[in-house]
Design a binder for this molecule. Structure first.
Ligand SMILES: [Zn+2]
Length: 464
């Protein structure tokens, strides 16, 4: 009998890992790191409850670290087989994991120099760029659309999730004993009617459903994102301040760049320098041009108009630590976009250490901020942030812009679910903090009368 084990993203928003076992084979759907509180991140250091050497296949919904960031550990601990993902996800996962390896090395080096951590495990990177290389060789492309046989036991259909480039929802067909069982993995569900990315698609009716619930208890702030961004930039620049946006170099960064460029061209904001500070910084425009199937930017039309919607007038990519530090010397208004998005590590830490004490500056939080993360602390009004063993006063303005979230809000999650015209036999909610998952559970019961539960960490369920 097929079964499914929740190895992560159960009771929390990060660490997505689902183990499907059927016909004597094991398939891992996603392999993310836990992010947020210290206790949660400790889980990353522990071995998987199932030996990676016994897993036969792995498949990725998208390239965010909470869905792919534990892959180097999986390979290091014995996983020898292919990791399937669509071409854009492969490229982004490569970038993201190299970036993450570099940043973890940089963080560990800095921690060693300071030697202020009480736990020596904090001084070791979870993995290094060297650990990442062997795993990258296991990445194997699967089609962006249409069906794909992972093996005789597992068939996968991909659907646009509208969350980041390459992001998918899956319908998995499990073939066992002459019987087919279908299960949907929502992955992370994006937004409807947003710039650049296509709308999320709901896979067809299935026996079982695993659905994310990140914003299961909340709607995003209303309002025209373009106007809100213009007003914010103008207000901060007018008082001589700079803006720090914690984010990974691909995805929301381009949404910001696209809208900032539009505002610049319409002369609704002044032209100011924008720094994308990442060790693996790349030309986003080239990337988007290579993966036209993943977005609805009309690259050909834009090219013929000699206009690059993803490049700002004063745009800088910084790769080295020295270049990154030089941004500290910029005293006139600028925008700095740097990882990590939840301020759990990475170069954004030193930008915040430098910019937070000045009330002229602002921090824009656009992504989800997990419980226990520094990003959440900022969002909840912390007056002090601990960075590099120092207590940094938070005097800068902290702005949450849910309009730029890459995650569906509550009503969008329900809209996505309404794409299923028949009730699944059973649904489980994952990838949400308990209050969010429970709120979505109540809303789904109320609206669709489905049998829906909140998934529990390490629970195994039978798919009959
Ligand atoms: Zn995601």
């Amino acid at each position: 009998m097929a079964k499914l084990t929740f190895l992560g993203a159960a009771g929390t928003v990060t660490g997505s890992k689902y183990l499907v076992e059927a016909a004597g084979k094991k398939l891992l759907v996603d392999c993310g790191v836990f992010q947020g509180s210290h206790d949660l991140e400790e889980r990353n250091l522990k071995p998987l409850p199932v030996s990676p050497a016994t897993i036969d296949y792995c498949v990725l919904t998208h390239a965010h670290l909470d869905h792919c960031g534990w892959l180097p550990c999986l390979t290091r601990d014995g996983y020898k087989n292919r990791i399937y993902a669509d071409p854009a996800t492969i490229e982004l996962t490569t970038l993201s994991l190299k970036d993450s390896g570099h940043l973890q090395e940089e963080d560990a080096e800095r921690a060693k120099r300071k030697e202020k951590r009480s736990n020596p495990a904090d001084l070791r990177p979870l993995y290094t760029t060297e650990d990442v290389e062997p795993m990258l060789k296991q990445l194997a492309p699967m089609p962006r659309s249409g069906g794909f046989d992972i093996s005789p036991e597992f068939h996968l259909e991909s659907y646009d999730a509208g969350h980041i480039l390459g992001s998918c929802s899956f319908q998995l067909t499990i073939k066992e004993g002459g019987k087919n069982t279908t299960i949907i993995f929502s992955g992370d569900i994006g937004r409807y009617d947003q710039p650049i990315l296509k709308d999320p698609q709901t896979p067809p009716n299935s026996d079982y459903l695993i659905c994310e619930s990140t914003y299961g208890d909340r709607e995003h702030e209303a309002g025209d994102p373009l106007q809100i961004l213009a007003d914010t930039v103008n207000r901060i620049v007018k008082r001589g301040g700079s803006i720090v946006i914690p984010a990974f170099a691909i995805g929301r960064t381009q949404t910001f760049m696209y809208l900032l460029r539009q505002l610049e061209d319409e002369q609704r904001i002044p032209r100011i320098p924008v720094y994308v500070d990442s060790p693996m910084a790349l030309s986003a425009t080239d990337f988007y041009a290579r993966h036209t199937e993943d977005h609805d930017l009309n690259m050909a039309a834009l090219d013929s108009a000699h206009k690059d919607p993803l490049n700002l007038h004063e745009f800088h990519l910084t790769r080295t630590v020295d270049d990154s530090k030089k941004i500290n010397d910029v005293k006139t208004p600028c925008i700095i976009i740097s990882a990590s998005g939840m301020v759990t590590g990475g170069r954004v830490l030193h930008h915040l250490a430098n910019r937070l004490p000045d009330p002229k500056n602002a921090v824009i939080l656009a992504g989800f901020q997990a419980e226990g993360s520094r990003g959440r602390a900022l969002q909840e009004g912390a007056k002090i942030l601990h960075l590099f063993g120092e207590a940094v006063p938070v005097s800068a303005e902290i702005i949450t812009m849910g309009q730029f979230s890459a995650h569906a809000g509550k009503s969008e999650l329900l809209r996505w679910c309404s794409g299923l015209t028949a009730a699944p036999k059973k649904a489980w909610l994952t990838h949400g903090e308990p209050s969010a998952a429970q709120a979505l559970q109540a809303a789904i019961k109320d609206k669709f009368s489905w049998d829906v539960s909140v998934a529990r960490y390490l629970d195994t369920v039978e798919l009959v």
